[in-house]
Design a protein around this ligand. Structure first.
Ligand code: PMP
Length: 398
């Protein structure tokens, strides 16, 4: 009898499982719309020019790899603050933002969740219905009871906003509300600026704790435009959490570059919060890795490289939007009667296609087109070569 004889096999990660199935598929026309990764028009994962330029400069002056501070590279944390709140904003200037470098956006969420468990151990967490699957697992594993607030309305093809407000209104004071700052994953439906105002009013009135997950800044309408929601929370005088991910916006998935920012009442409070975030990090993995953070800090703090990054990110955003339009046009041309124009009202990397599980399974088995069973497709993996095939395949299962 071994110590592990009673250990059960954990279920496979649904998306990574889909990837394995895709890799094993021998269909020469196969298309992977499962995983949330941006590919260029040649179906390749891009290595951004701004990243290459920063790495080139780093290679010319090779540096030894000492430990980083627990909270990461100071210039990186400053760059994250600048991006999220604005470098000249009141919260940044007054020093009331505590920011740490994190291992991807996931790491930022995890540090925030562990810290929250210390400061409000009895709080509940609400995530959107549906949400990025890891939100539930991550907050549950941090010891929280996780519920949902209403979000997606399949009949309206959009956000059930009345339902969302009702869920928030019914939440107990102190409940942690995980919100997608922009480019909602998986649905692709965001709420409008006016709706954000109403959400913020309820959060304020009910004393809820907002946790904004910003994994796609720049993929919606622009870096500044997507960040505008943060300004609204600041203007409302709220204390809140923001996790940042550069996985997609810098195409640095494997470097695990992200962050966590906590907006506090004043600098003294931010100093105390930072000291506690550092304990969470220290007791989990001690300190973050060097390379990805150094690259992002170099790009964001150099005006030329930053402009190049904004241009490259803009090109990704524009290409995704063009693919949405091509998808709508292509489905019509392939004979789909139903109005599919909702695809262009969605934003970010994903589209909730409205296809059923059966249709998604047929797409996979008969055509080698891989999306999740929920009907989610990654529009950022469509390109001028695979779009017609995908449209034909979808038309055949509809
Ligand atoms: N939040 C959301 C909503 C995401 O979609 C993702 C990435 N799929 C993350 C967080 C995590 O990002 P990272 O890969 O940087 O950990």
């Amino acid at each position: 009898m071994s110590l592990f004889s009673a250990v059960e096999m954990a279920p496979r990660d649904p998306i990574l499982g889909l990837n394995e199935q895709y890799n094993a598929d021998t269909n020469p026309n196969k298309v992977n719309l499962g995983v949330g990764v941006y590919f260029d028009d040649n179906g390749k994962l891009p290595l951004l020019q701004c990243v290459q330029a920063a790495e080139q400069a780093m290679m010319e002056k090779p540096a030894a790899r000492g430990y980083l501070p627990i909270d990461g590279i100071a210039a990186y944390d400053a760059a994250v603050k600048g991006l999220v709140f604005g470098a000249d904003s009141e919260p940044v200037k007054s020093g009331r933002v505590a920011t740490v470098q994190a291992i991807g956006g996931t790491g930022g969420l995890k540090i925030g969740a562990d810290f929250l468990k210390k400061v409000s151990p009895n709080a509940k967490v609400l995530i959107s219905d549906p949400s990025w699957e890891n939100h539930r697992a991550l907050f549950s594993n941090a010891g929280f009871e996780v519920g949902t607030y209403a979000y997606y309305d399949p009949t309206q093809r959009g956000v059930n906003f009345e339902g969302m407000l009702a869920s928030l209104n019914a939440a107990e004071p102190g409940t942690i509300i995980v919100l997608h700052a922009c480019c909602h994953n998986p649905t692709g439906y965001d709420i409008s600026p006016e709706q954000w105002d109403q959400v913020i009013a309820v959060i304020q009135a009910k004393g809820l704790t907002p946790f904004l997950d910003m994994a796609y800044q720049g993929f919606g309408y622009g870096i500044k435009e997507d960040g505008a929601v943060i300004d609204k929370f600041v203007a409302a005088g709220l204390n809140f959490f923001v996790s940042t991910s550069f996985s997609k916006s810098f195409s640095l998935y494997g470097e695990r570059v992200g962050g966590l920012s906590v907006l506090c009442q004043d600098k003294a409070e931010a100093d105390r919060v930072l000291s506690q975030l550092k304990i969470v990090i220290r007791t989990n993995y001690s300190n973050p890795p060097t390379h990805g953070g150094a690259v992002v800090a170099a790009v964001l703090s150099n005006p030329e490289l930053r402009a190049l990054w904004e241009k490259e990110l803009g090109e990704m955003r524009v290409r995704i939007k063009a693919m949405r339009q091509k998808l709508v046009d292509g489905l019509k041309a392939a004979g789909v009667q139903q109005d599919m124009s909702f695809i262009t009202t969605q934003i970010g990397m994903f589209s909730y296609s409205g296809l059923s599980k059966d249709q998604m399974v047929r797409l996979r088995n008969e055509f080698g087109v891989y999306g999740t069973d929920t009907g989610r497709m990654c529009v950022a993996a469509l390109n001028s070569k695979n779009i017609d095939y995908v449209c034909q395949a979808i038309a055949k299962v509809m």
